[in-house]
Each structure stands twice: as structure tokens, then as C-alpha cells.
Design a protein around this ligand. Structure first.
Ligand code: ASP
Length: 306
């Protein structure tokens, strides 16, 4: 029997209830619910997993609470250098962008790369020219400005550290994974990266196999956490490999990649994944991860803490 599932994340890290106000907690919950609904509506109407993950991520990119699109953190040069990727599990089609500025929805630019270019990854000025040619929406630089993020950059500069979003160890990257009623899987990830990162630094999020991966034969995965460790672990693809080559189920594969391998490597973060049967896994080795999911016939779930 055909079924659908959708999971989203808004980043992982040191997310403590004691440090959260009820209003802020509610704002995060509403932000996640709204994004989940955008994707869910598409899946319910027999739309594609690719459309659903793009729609969910676009909503998160417009929400300044999350480190992607509008809410992107600042690089050390005081600018936003955004990145995103998207992958469809049917044909292994993929598109990605990095080092882009002022594009309102980096995930839609990644989707356009998938659809309308012969390439997988475009960066910088070339990616922005491609965006203009394809009518993507740009915003003024101040659309992305946020006094809290600016303060984070000043703190990080002073401490001479490259830091994950929010608190010292909190990541705010966003992502979505879905299975649709046609049996196709898709994954999408979008981020501003890490506060005070060197200009030109690229993380796991736009790298197919590291931060994002989808294959109908196994699963769809979106990661969040310290990108350097996810790149070294080739984490998203590793979940798929453990299922394909070692025959692990989704939950066991995700556990191995995050709780065992990332932890051994010294990485911190998590991932969301869905498999071809519609099973969902949301795994992290940090204190919390903003996350929500829905499976056909069940109510939506929205969680923040462990
Ligand atoms: N993975 C992202 C990066 O390293 C950060 C995050 O997940 O918040 O750029």
C-alpha cells in the first residue's frame, strides 16, 4: 500500500528548555508547524516529494528564527553566504548552490539548478547570474539583516571562534525529507552556515552525499550540525550505504551514522530521514533538534528537546 511521510528540521544543538521563553518556544513550534503543513498539503494531494520538501524549506527560509534564507547567520566578513541542495531519489537528480547572496529562496535556486542546468553545483556570481536568468527573487541586503545574528557575529569574532547558530553550540540549518504517494523520495537542506565562518567556507549542506541525499532504493536524508564533520563522514550517503550494503533498517543506519560515527569523530548534530516504506528517523547527538514530522493517517508531531 502506498503511503506518504514528511519530516523537517530547523537545526540541532544546545537547545535547553531553561534558556527558552514560552513565547519563543511557541514561535519555533508555529514555525515548524507552518513549514510541515506546506509540505503536507502537497503530499496529501498526491503531489511529489520534491515539491513537498522544497515548499517546506521555503517556509523555513522566510522565518528569521532559522539559519537559512532570511535568518542566515553572518560570515566573518559581515555578509551572508548561503547554500542549499535538493535531491530526488527516483533518478538521483540533484541541484545545489553555495556562496550566494540576496537570493530569497536558495532552495528554489538549487531546484532550478537540478531542473534547468546540466550541472549539480553552482557557486557565487555564476549561481547568482543563473538565478537572475531564471527569474528567481532577490531581496535587498537588509532583508537578511538581524540584530541578534549581528551580535552573535561580534561575540564570535571576539572569542575568535566559528560558531554554530544561536548559542555557542546550536545549529539552525533547515531541511526536509519526504516520501510521496508515487513511491518517490526527496531531500532538501538550506543554511547560512556557521557564524564567523571564513568567507568562502562551504559546509555539508550543499554537498550531495554529505548534508543531503535521496535514493528510492534506500532513503532520503538531511543533516544538520558541524559541517566539517558531516563532510568527513559523508553522513547522508553513509545512511543509504548502511542500508544498501549492510542491510540495516533506517533507524539502525541513522543511529550508526550519528550516535556512533559522528560521536567518535567529535562531530555534533543530527539528521532526519525517511525510507521507501515511510518510516521516519530523527536522530541527534546534541541536546536538542528542532523537528517535526507527519505520516499518512497520523497527527503531526513537533519536538524541540531530547
Ligand atoms: N551544517 C551546517 C554547516 O556546517 C550548520 C548547521 O547545521 O547549522 O554549515
Amino acid at each position: 500500500m502506498r503511503t506518504y511521510s514528511l519530516a523537517i528540521h530547523g537545526g540541532a544543538g544546545t537547545i535547553r528548555k531553561a534558556e527558552m521563553t514560552p513565547d519563543l518556544e511557541q514561535a519555533y513550534q508555529i514555525g515548524l508547524e507552518t513549514a510541515l503543513l506546506a509540505g503536507h498539503t502537497i503530499l496529501e494531494k498526491q503531489g511529489t516529494a520534491l515539491d513537498a520538501v522544497e515548499a517546506a524549506v521555503r517556509v523555513l527560509e522566510d522565518n528569521p528564527l532559522f539559519n537559512a534564507g532570511r535568518g542566515s547567520v553572518y560570515a566573518t566578513n559581515g555578509r551572508h553566504e548561503m547554500e542549499a541542495s535538493i535531491m530526488c531519489g527516483q533518478q538521483l537528480d540533484a541541484g545545489a548552490v553555495a556562496m550566494i547572496q540576496r537570493v530569497r529562496h536558495p532552495i528554489s535556486l538549487a531546484r532550478t539548478v537540478l531542473k534547468a542546468s546540466p550541472h549539480v553545483l553552482l557557486v557565487g556570481a555564476g549561481a547568482e547570474t543563473f538565478a537572475r536568468e531564471h527569474g528567481l527573487r532577490f531581496e535587498a541586503a537588509n532583508w537578511f539583516d538581524d540584530p541578534k545574528r549581528w551580535a552573535q557575529l561580534q561575540e564570535a569574532r571576539q572569542a575568535q571562534r566559528v560558531q554554530l547558530d544561536h548559542a555557542a553550540r546550536k545549529m539552525g540549518t533547515v531541511g526536509a525529507v519526504a516520501l510521496d504517494l508515487h513511491g518517490n523520495l526527496a531531500a532538501a537542506t538550506s543554511t547560512g552556515g556557521m557564524t564567523n565562518k571564513m568567507s568562502g567556507r562551504i559546509g555539508d549542506s550543499p554537498l550531495i552525499g554529505s548534508g543531503t541525499y535521496a535514493n528510492n532504493a534506500t532513503c532520503a536524508v538531511s543533516c544538520t550540525g558541524i559541517g566539517e564533520f558531516m563532510i568527513r563522514g559523508v553522513s547522508a550517503y553513509d545512511v543509504s550505504c548502511l542500508m544498501a550494503y549492510r542491510g540495516l533498517d533506517l533507524a539502525a543506519a541513522c543511529h550508526e551514522v550519528i550516535q556512533v560515527k559522528q560521536t567518535d569523530l567529535g562531530g555534533e548534530g543530527g539528521l532526519i530521514a525517511v525510507d521507501a516504506k515511510g518510516e521516519v528517523a530523527l536522530v541527534f547527538n546534541s541536546e536538542g533538534m528542532y523537528r517535526a514530522w507527519i505520516q499518512q493517517g497520523y497527527s503531526p508531531e513537533v519536538w524541540i528537546y531530547a
